[in-house]
Design a protein around this ligand. Sequence first.
Ligand SMILES: Cc1cc2nc3c(=O)[nH]c(=O)nc-3n(C[C@H](O)[C@H](O)[C@H](O)COP(=O)(O)OP(=O)(O)OC[C@H]3O[C@@H](n4cnc5c(N)ncnc54)[C@H](O)[C@@H]3O)c2cc1C
Length: 547
Amino acid sequence: MTGTYTFDGVIIGGGHNALVLAGYLAKSGMKIAVVERTPELGGGLGTVQSSLAAGFYHEYHSQFHRNIPNTPWYKDLDLGSYGVEYIYPQVNNGMPMSDGRNLVIHADPAVTRASIARFSKKDADTYWDVYHRYQDMARAIWAAKDYAPPLPPDEEQELLARSRMGREFLDMNRASAYEVVFDLFDTTALKAFYLFLFSVRGYLPAPTVKGTGFAIVAMTYLGNKAMLPKGGARRLGDALTWMISAHGARIFPATEAERIIIEHDTAVGVETTDGKKLMGKRFVASSVDPTQTFLRLVGEKNLDSSLVAKVKDYKYGVSGKSFGVLFALHAGVRERPAYRSAAWDPLINDSFNCCIGYETPEEVIEHLEEVIDGTPPEVIGMQAACPSIFDATRAPGGKHVLLGWQFAPFALKDGGAEGWERLRGPYAEKMLARWRQYAPNLEPKNIIYSFGQTPVDTQEHLINMREGDFHVGALIPGQLGFNRPFSEVSNYRTPIKHLYLTGAGTHPGGNITGAPGYNAAQVIARDLGLDLWWNPPDPRTIWAQLD
Ligand SMILES: Cc1cc2nc3c(=O)[nH]c(=O)nc-3n(C[C@H](O)[C@H](O)[C@H](O)COP(=O)(O)OP(=O)(O)OC[C@H]3O[C@@H](n4cnc5c(N)ncnc54)[C@H](O)[C@@H]3O)c2cc1C
């Protein structure tokens, strides 16, 4: 349907970051429109019912939601009252090993310490010490950076260097994650476990890159807080959608933005592929990838050539040497995985997130190198989960759903992106076979169906995840913090008046954090002169008070 509609603000894309932004501004009294290309809102909150068997629900995107009920936006937007309910699996991460032993990372650090102590008392004590000693630093520096617009690097450095805690953080962060893991621990399996968790979360580029060190310490404290919404990730998207609707926002699903309407160097609205004009009297915000925002929606003719060059140089996923690209195995099974190593510690069977197939740090690094080279790893090392153990609504009649993720290149060295079509089935089978080595009951008679999701599928579903990159842009030093997506369009503002950015392509990047939406809301509200009814933290103030 064509027509012209007028709002205070129009937001392009309906992923969780756009919805968080819409929530704050709608609650501020703004008349907001959200334009989403697919029929469903939520973007990477994408639970889908299997077309192969009724009642089995799979996550095509996010599975592990980290500590969401404690984020500022979850509380400010009162999302708990819109029907979303989080389940917190206590055995948060597990690593079964081929020699029959295992390691678990538990919600209770004392249980983790006991698990590590069976390998090395020294490592167990180090874990315990790091868990407690750096909690304040993880909260005051690491977490505070995410939930605030980024500061210019020189200012950040100077502010942190004023305190003892800040200097300790800067020192630790000069090293690479790889170096810190080797510095802290002796146990080979524990080092591999840490490097795997670091990489699969796509914190930063390869763990061998300098400047990634503190992530390992932060993970010790923050890494046991993965959760899942009852009924699937989509329930969080639903809660956000219902929340913004309750505050008067208008939603346009199955509606694709084609062009940002620019008059006199000012963004005044959005034109859609079906001919609608959605006018934004006060602002337009784009939550989609920077490439699409600038080259397609704004258009080169409205930009300086230097900015166009920067956009064209913006790197995604593996071509930027970061690891936000995954091949997924999905399956419906009669019985949940029963691990061989349960004889060592039965808690492994209740692990939410299992690290399968990496047992040495060298294996993790070799896999990442293979992926960069364009080769799907021959020996599988994967993240594996059976969410229906914790949430029985995911599968009918006591059956289960499985999810496995393997790092993958988008374009194969042999066959390019199209090559995945040929590998989809065989590679999913290979992952299942690898999982079976650790959980022998995943034999053919237990499998109701299985299928693979390629990085190309990811890009086709959500076009902003270019090259299958779930971070919507490589997390590499030149594209992080104040430089995300690039310094010319930092801090959610653009050179076009009234045009703002949010989404994973802005600080602090991808994953279900809501931080890009939360931070953009603060910037836009301040620019529009709205009263801030919430209380965003200010790193300048927090860091000035550190010892
Ligand atoms: C396989 C996989 C596994 C993942 N696992 C996890 C996990 O376990 N934990 C975690 O925290 N994160 C995970 N992620 C990452 C997470 O899903 C993303 O980082 C997150 O969804 C980004 O949120 P966003 O709101 O910025 O963008 P998105 O969720 O990508 O939403 C952007 C929206 O914009 C829409 N759009 C694009 N172009 C247009 C247009 N022209 N007009 C209108 N709409 C448009 C898209 O359809 C989409 O709905 C995973 C992702 C993938 C692919």
